[in-house]
Design a protein around this ligand. Structure first.
Ligand SMILES: [Zn+2]
Length: 196
């Protein structure tokens, strides 16, 4: 069996199939590197779980993907709250939290788009198929870039990309935006369309 990829984080979140989970457990008994990765992911998942508010039981949704999306969103919101609330955390821990958050997103129903960008910039958008949220990930972009979202003729500033590498921004209230721009120094450095 090959080393684990993102399955390490998915496994820590309990999102792998029983068959895959058994393979992973077998692999990490003999692979120190992958065991360390799973242990780190489990620690992050546990700390995230401890900070999550209970998900309110609202009117039941007929859409089968909603529980996964709600869980992913709750993880992300908790992630954002922790980021704001605790400036003392190390960069390494932030990276691992981001990784877990991303794999949580990946387990829900989303689409992704690679933005057309300047040569030094690589930017992607992961966005919910229900138009609710979008996660922008960029490398090589200028620090302090803003994300502007468009819906038809309306445009609004959705916030500033985080300082990490990669730089990210989670947009909680996407509102079915159909285009995104990453803007730095008054110039659009990455652009893409969101198709639902
Ligand atoms: Zn391994």
């Amino acid at each position: 069996m090959n080393h684990l990829d993102d399955d390490a984080e998915l496994h820590a979140l309990g999102l792998t199939s029983p068959e895959r989970a058994a393979e992973i457990e077998a692999h990490i008994t003999e692979c120190d590197a992958c065991r360390a990765r799973v242990v780190a992911a489990e620690a992050v998942a546990a700390s995230l779980a401890a900070t999550l508010p209970p998900i309110p039981v609202a009117a039941p949704s007929r859409r089968p993907w909603w529980p996964a999306l709600a869980t992913a969103a709750a993880v992300i919101f908790a992630f954002a709250g922790v980021i704001e609330g605790n400036a003392a955390r190390t960069a390494d821990r932030e990276t691992r939290r981001t990784s877990v958050a991303l794999t949580a997103i990946a387990s829900s129903h989303f689409s992704h788009a690679t933005l057309v960008s300047e040569r030094s910039v690589v930017a992607k958008a992961l966005y919910a198929r229900n138009g609710a949220w979008c996660y922008i990930i960029a490398t090589g972009g200028p620090v302090g870039a803003h994300v502007v979202v468009h819906r038809g003729a309306a445009a609004r500033d959705a916030g500033v990309m985080g300082p990490g590498a990669p730089s990210t921004l989670f947009i909680q209230d996407l509102g079915w935006a159909d285009e995104v721009d990453v803007v730095a120094g008054g110039r659009v450095v990455a652009h893409g369309k969101l198709v639902y």
